[in-house]
Every structure is written in structure tokens, then in C-alpha cells.
Design a protein around this ligand. Structure first.
Ligand code: ADP
Ligand code: MG
Ligand code: MG
Length: 768
């Protein structure tokens, strides 16, 4: 969501005199936080999820699905409980605005704690959120956790109808009316476009079916749409075009202050020189070829996602988790992929990430073409940051990392180590996009707003978050790549998986590093159609640290089967059984990676010996997590629920249940009205949304998507008060078990590895 400040955001042109100061002061603020908090230890894990909801309105008679622009009104009601509390009190759910007027974000009201029992609270908290939103909807509306609306940008895709265009995005497909009325969002959109010097330019490969038109025209072949467009701002050569109605109205009725530069009567200098868009006439002449073309931030920022934030015990742990989770970001994007269609057309890809990356790309042509700034500010990360000597993070930073030299020099002079200084100076190659004229002067001891200005507009796959001053909150890592699933069950399962994996990484001292260039290759792979089943990802072959090698594990990280090496095998003998033993003679870093399917990464990769399973070349993340949860003391109900989540994630990785993207794609392809032309018509979209609504509520099963998990719901929905009580009260007895990180005794890893060594693989051995 980013930083929301009440005030007047400046246009790109008007912000020029302040940008350098905002950057300089932002670094002062970062240094102040760093110096006062670098030794802070917050031993207890805290964590939280973020889920974004999409409002959709269904018209049964007309068989249409549209996006209502009512989220700001709904949000005001949802936030009443929070706003009516005396200071210092808590609510079980926090509601926050999001970019598009069909979106709302919900998070737990207070972070979850280190109790294992809190892992099973998350699904119920999500259910409470959904119930709260649903209670405010009209009969014909639903709130879905759908990553992208398949017909966003098609003619008449909103209610009320909105005409494409407006001074912020200047889009041919979306109206500025879809942008949240808080002035930050419109300004962000316009300033990205102005800085870039042209509109954002989003291309997604079109899925090619039997009758797909390969020369898709840039504009819709819809006369009503064209005539509306020709009357709208885009057709006019005058840059001082109309302000979207929504913004105009709201600026008069709410306390949101509109920028004067957007009023129709007083075109600002920005507007007069604003040619950073394509005119209607130009658009008519252009064809989009084999791509789906989109042209506004709403196509990306209007997508919903699932994020998880984890508090490390100290700065070093957070830095390590940042690196480890960065490697997992493409893997989890592939596993949660949910976006097979954009702008009424089937895409040849399954994930949203590249669309948002292009939607928020503020680089100038020169910055892009010379490679001076290789990526959009919405992108995968470029450098690892761990300061653990053993981790050797710098060794894996094989991508160019452009930095702001002045910032780097200042950070190093102030005592920041080179890797962290590089990370921050890399964030600082970007400029502040939204500056509030009346917030330029700040108390740099108390505020971090200027730091957050740059930090929160570097929308990366993971984010390293310093503690906000004076809050007691510690150093955190945010995991940001996942797409959102239809049900609370799926979203809880993936959130819990991320939390447990992060604990296992710390508890078992795992090392997932691969060279950064390979992480980027994985990011590209994750977008491929059905990558969760078909694709190979780079992953580290041996994820154990040298000290883990014992019992059944050889120095190459393989786990050898008990029946072959003998159940009391000694570590020194094990290598004799290992066909790949020579691997381990290398320095362990030069040839660290191999190609794996998601099934192998999650469920394990069997090792073969004379045609029989001889153990595992890779143990699988899920068996490691199962070993972890078995070595901590859990009550039966929590344990069983966690195992259900792991079963589901494992089944998804094995392809036993499909991704949401595959499910949506197949639903479209099988629809009787589908013409094998890649078009997602109004009718198909309506039926798809209706089916999604019924799957979400449990009214309809979806064997392909949820398999045996289709009826999974955890308990009833608590009342708000009961939920708050559970989130605050410390559990007792067996339920009071916590999730240790690095403090878990080493013996737990040994037990886990022995159990894996004895187990029969569920995967077929690829070598036999
Ligand atoms: P964003 O940067 O995405 O706006 P916020 O800081 O508002 O994120 O919160 C994101 C998530 O962090 C929420 O799920 C929230 O519950 C969680 N969170 C809040 N406090 C902590 C904490 N101390 N440790 C870990 N997560 C926390
Ligand atoms: Mg959000
Ligand atoms: Mg977030």
C-alpha cells in the first residue's frame, strides 16, 4: 500500500527542487534507525499475512461480471471498529486501502506470535475477514481473492461504467476513476508516466489457440466503446482534459486534498507539456500483434496478492532470511500462479509479476536502453545482503547492481558494511515519486517517511524492513511474490508454509543460495504456462551446511537409504555408497546448482542405486518441515492441521492438484461459449467468477484445484471479540509450544534426516 500521508502531493515537475533533500534526509533517517536499532534483539518470532480482496458484481440476467468501484466506501465502514477504539487498543483485523477502487487489503490486527497454535489461527482470521467484507456486500456482489480480473480493461468492465482516460494514467482501457481517491495513488501513476516520458507499456504473450487472431487490434472492436473513447480525453489534442468524475466529486466531499494541477480549468505546466501518452488516433493505427497490450498501472496494481512478513530475532537473522526467501520467491510464484488472462484474452503465461513490473516502470528510455537501470522499480531483487561469514552472500551476487554512489559513500563512511550499503544505495538509484509539499521538512530522529518514500516504492520480491522508531517492532523480512488463492484454506496453507520454511531454514541451518542470475532465470520460468508441473528450476543441490553431514547424509547432501547403508551407518562410511561423492570434493560453491521440478524441490528427489531407491539426492522442503514440526512439542489438533497444509502444498507441487492459473485456464477453455480464439467473453467471465465464488464459499467443489481438500475449513468463524481474545491470550499446556529458530537442538536435524533416510519416496525415481 505504501506510505499514505494527508497532504498535497507534488507533480513530477513541481517535486524537482525537493527530490535531492528527500533522498538525503531518507538516508539520515535510515542511519538513525540503524544506529539505534542495530543491536536490538527481538527473540520472539512475530509474523503476519496480507490478503487483498477483489469486489466483483454479478448480473445473472445479463450474464456479466463487473468490478464495482465501491472499495473506498466499504473500507470506511470496515475501519469503523479500528477507528472507534481508544488509543492503544487492538482489533483482530486491520483494513487498508489498495490501489484500485475494487480492492481492499486485510491483515491480522496484531501480528501472530511464535506459538505454533498461532499458525492455525491464520485461517480463522482470514475467514473472519471474509465474513466482515461479505456482510457489507449487496446480494449481487462477492469479494474474491482472485489475483486478476480476466476482463479488466475491456469495454464497460466497471460499475458504474467508466470511460477510459483521465490525466493520471491516460489509458486507452482504464479510467482514472478506478484509482483509489487518496491523492498518493493518482500522483504515483501520473509521476511514473511523466518521469518515464511516455505511458507504461505492458506486453504479455497472447495464448495462441486454433482461431486466435494474431494481429489483435490495439483497440477493441466495439462501437460503443470507440464512440465513448473518441469523446473522451484521449481523443482530444488539448492536454487539459477532464478530471475523472470520481476524483472530482471526492475532492469536494472528503478530507482528501486534490492536487490543483489536475483541475480542468487550470492546466499546470506539467499538463501542457504532457505528451507522454498515445492519442486515440495513434492507437487506432497500431496493432498489438502476438501480445496482449495494456497501458496503465491499474493492470498491475489492480491485481491481488498474498504476502507474509516475518520478524527476525535480530538484524543479521533478517538479512539471512531476506536472502533465503529471495531464492524462494520465483518458486512460490510458480506454485501459487493464478493469472492466465488479461484484458479479456488468454495469456501464454500464468503469473502477474511481469505485468506489475511493467505497470510501475518509471525508467526513461535512456535508462532502459543503455541498461543503466536494468530493471523496473517493481522487480526481483539484485543483491543478497547476509553478513553471516559462512553464508558468503557476496559470492552469489552475479548481476549488475547499479548504486547511487553518493549514498553508498555516505553509508560506508557511517560504518555500514559494504553489502548492506550496496543494498540501500541500490534502492536509492530510484527517485522519490510522491513528495508532499507540506511534509518535506521532517524530524529525522523521529520520522522515517523519507526513507520509506524510496523503500516502499522499490516493490521487490522480498523487502528488508528496518524497525519503525519507537514501536518495539524488530527487523523484518517481507515475502511478496505469491499470488492469492481462491480459498482461505489455500492462502493459510501457503502463508503457514512460508513461516515454517523460514523456521526450518534457521533451525536446520539450511543454505538455499544460488547465483542471483539463476534466481532471475527462475523468475522468468515461473511465468511460463504450467511451470509448476512442467518446468525445471535452478535450485541448490546441497542445502545442508557442512556440520549437518552425519548419519545418512553424505558430504554431497544426499540422504542415503537405511537399507543400503545399514541403519547404524557411520558418516565416514556413507560416502562409499554415494555415486556423486566426487561432487563434494569441489569447494561446494562452483557447481552448487541443478535443475529440479517443483515436485523434487518440495517432496524430494529420489536417488537410485541398481534400479532401486537408495535414498534422496535432495530431501525435499516438505519432509524437512515435517521433521521440524515433529521435533517440537505440538498438540494433536495443531499438528494435524499443519500436516494438512503441508499435504496440500506437497500435492500442488506434485501436480496432484493444479494451480489456480491452470484451473482458471481450463475453465475458460472448456466453457461451451469459448470459440478457441483466446477470447474470454463476458459470458465466460461471468460463469468463471460465479464458479470461483462458489468454490470460495464451499458451495461448489473443484476436484482439479482442491482435490481431497475441497471441504477443508478450520473450525467455525469466531466473533471479532473471540478472535481478539485468542490472538492476545497466551495458549496453555501443550498448545503453548513455540516455533524455535536457530535455538532448536541439533539432534532434531539428525532425527529428521534419519526419518527421511528410512522413508519410501512418493516420487518416481527419474533415473529408473
Ligand atoms: P506493508 O509494508 O506491506 O504496508 P505493514 O508493515 O503494514 O506492511 O504490515 C505487513 C504485515 O506485517 C502484516 O501482516 C502485519 O501483521 C505484520 N506485522 C506487523 N508487526 C509485525 C512484527 N513485529 N513482526 C512481523 N510482522 C509484523
Ligand atoms: Mg497490499
Ligand atoms: Mg505488504
Amino acid at each position: 500500500m505504501g506510505l499514505l500521508v494527508d497532504g498535497v502531493p507534488l507533480s513530477w515537475h513541481d517535486s524537482q527542487p525537493y527530490r535531492a533533500k528527500v533522498k538525503r534526509d531518507g538516508i539520515t533517517q535510515f542511519l538513525n534507525v540503524y544506529k539505534s536499532m542495530k543491536d536490538t534483539v527481538t527473540a520472539d518470532l512475530k509474523w503476519g499475512d496480507e490478503v487483498e480482496y477483489m469486489l466483483i458484481s454479478l448480473d445473472e440476467a445479463k450474464r456479466t461480471a463487473r468490478l464495482p468501484l465501491s472499495a473506498p466506501d466499504l473500507l470506511a465502514v470496515l475501519q469503523r471498529e479500528e477507528h472507534s477504539q481508544p488509543p492503544g487498543s487492538t482489533v483482530p483485523v486491520l483494513w487498508r486501502p489498495e490501489y484500485a477502487n475494487w480492492m481492499i487489503e486485510g491483515t491480522p490486527g496484531v501480528p501472530y506470535r511464535a506459538f505454533a497454535a498461532d499458525l492455525v489461527l491464520v485461517e480463522q482470521n482470514m475467514a473472519l475477514r471474509r465474513k466482515a467484507v461479505e456482510s457489507l456486500l449487496r446480494k449481487d456482489e462477492c469479494a474474491l481473492t482472485l489475483t486478476a480480473f480476466p476482463r479488466q480493461g475491456c469495454p464497460q468492465f466497471t460499475v458504474p461504467e467508466s470511460t477510459p482516460g483521465g490525466p493520471f494514467a491516460r489509458s486507452l482501457y482504464t479510467s482514472d476513476d478506478v484509482i483509489n481517491p487518496h491523492p498518493r495513488f493518482g500522483t504515483l501513476t501520473r509521476n511514473i508516466r511523466t518521469r518515464r516520458g511516455r505511458k507504461v507499456d505492458i506486453l504479455v504473450p497472447l495464448y495462441q489457440d486454433r482461431y486466435t487472431k494474431l494481429d489483435q487490434p490495439l483497440l477493441f472492436d466495439d462501437s460503443a466503446y470507440r464512440s465513448a473513447l473518441s469523446k473522451s480525453s484521449i481523443a482530444q489534442s488539448s492536454p487539459a482534459n477532464t478530471v475523472p468524475q470520481n476524483h472530482h466529486q471526492r475532492s469536494q466531499t472528503s478530507d482528501v486534498i486534490e492536487t490543483t494541477s489536475d483541475t480542468p480549468d487550470t492546466p499546470s505546466e506539467d499538463q501542457i507539456t504532457d505528451t507522454a501518452y498515445m492519442t486515440y488516433k495513434e492507437a487506432l493505427q497500431a496493432t498489438s500483434g502476438k501480445n496482449i497490450v495494456m497501458d496503465s498501472a491499474a493492470f498491475g496494481m489492480g491485481c491481488c496478492c498474498l504476502q507474509v512478513t516475518l520478524q527476525g530475532s535480530d538484524i543479521s537473522e533478517s538479512r539471512y532470511l531476506y536472502d533465503q526467501l529471495a531464492v524462494m520467491a520465483p518458486i512460490m510464484l510458480s506454485l501459487t500462479a493464478a493469472t492466465p488472462a488479461f484484458r479479456g484474452l488468454l495469456a501464454d503465461t500464468d503469473a502477474r509479476w511481469d505485468v506489475i513490473a511493467a505497470a510501475m516502470d518509471d525508467r526513461t528510455a535512456d535508462e532502459r536502453e543503455t541498461g543503466r537501470i536494468p530493471k523496473s522499480r517493481y522487480s526481483s531483487i539484485d543483491c543478497f545482503i547476509s553478513d553471516r561469514a559462512k553464508a558468503k552472500a557476496a559470492q552469489y551476487n552475479d548481476l549488475p547492481v547499479p548504486i547511487d554512489e553518493t549514498t553508498y559513500a555516505r553509508l560506508v563512511a557511517e560504518g555500514i558494511d559494504p553489502l548492506l550499503a550496496q543494498h540501500v544505495a541500490h534502492l536509492y538509484i530510484r527517485e522519490p515519486l510522491v513528495i508532499y509539499g507540506d511534509h518535506v521538512d521532517q524530524d529525522n530522529e523521529k520520522s522515517t517517511d523519507h526513507f520509506e518514500n524510496i523503500q516502499s516504492t522499490n516493490w521487490n520480491t522480498v523487502r528488508f524492513k528496518p524497525p519503525p522508531p519507537g514501536t518495539g517492532i524488530g527487523w523484518r523480512t517481507e515475502f511478496r511474490s505469491m499470488e492469492v488463492g481462491l480459498t482461505d484454506f489455500e492462502n493459510a496453507a501457503f502463508s503457514v508454509f512460508v513461516v515454517l520454511l523460514s523456521r526450518v531454514i534457521l533451525a536446520f541451518d539450511l543454505n538455499l543460495y544460488v547465483p542471483m542470475s539463476r534466481v532471475d532465470e527462475n523468475m522468468r520460468t515461473a511465468h511460463q504456462r504450467n511451470s509448476a508441473v512442467d518446468a525445471l528450476f535452478h535450485f541448490r543441490k546441497n542445502i545442508f551446511s557442512a556440520s549437518s553431514a552425519s548419519g545418512f547424509v553424505c558430504a554431497a547432501g544426499h540422504i542415503h537409504h537405511a537399507s543400503i547403508v545399514g541403519s547404524k551407518a557411520n558418516v565416514n562410511d556413507i560416502s562409499a555408497f554415494c555415486p556423486d561423492h566426487s561432487d563434494s570434493e569441489s569447494d561446494g560453491e562452483t557447481d552448487v546448482i541443478e535443475s529440479f521440478t517443483l515436485n523434487e524441490i518440495f517432496n524430494g528427489k529420489p536417488l537410485c542405486h541398481d534400479g532401486k531407491q537408495a535414498g534422496y539426492a535432495f530431501p525435499g522442503l516438505i519432509p524437512l518441515i515435517r521433521g521440524y514440526i515433529e521435533s517440537i512439542n505440538l498438540d494433536d489438533s495443531t499438528l494435524s492441521r499443519l500436516n494438512t497444509y503441508l499435504d496440500f502444498v506437497g500435492d500442488r507441487a506434485a501436480g496432484r492438484v493444479c494451480t489456480t492459473a491452470t484451473f482458471i485456464r481450463n475453465t475458460i477453455l472448456r466453457h461451451p461459449a469459448y470459440r478457441h480464439d483466446s477470447v474470454v467473453s463476458e459470458e465466460i467471465c461471468h460463469d468463471l467468477v460465479k464458479l470461483c465464488r462458489d468454490i470460495t464459499s464451499g458451495a461448489s467443489g473443484a476436484a482439479e484445484l482442491l482435490g481431497r481438500f475441497h471441504l477443508e475449513r478450520y473450525g467455525g468463524v469466531d466473533s471479532s471479540e473471540a478472535m481478539m481474545e485468542r490472538m492476545k491470550k497466551a495458549p496453555v499446556g501443550k498448545q503453548a509450544g513455540t516455533l524455535p529458530g536457530s535455538s532448536l537442538p541439533h539432534s532434531a536435524l539428525h532425527r529428521t534426516l534419519s526419518a527421511i533416510a528410512m522413508s519410501q519416496a512418493t516420487n518416481a525415481c527419474s533415473g529408473c
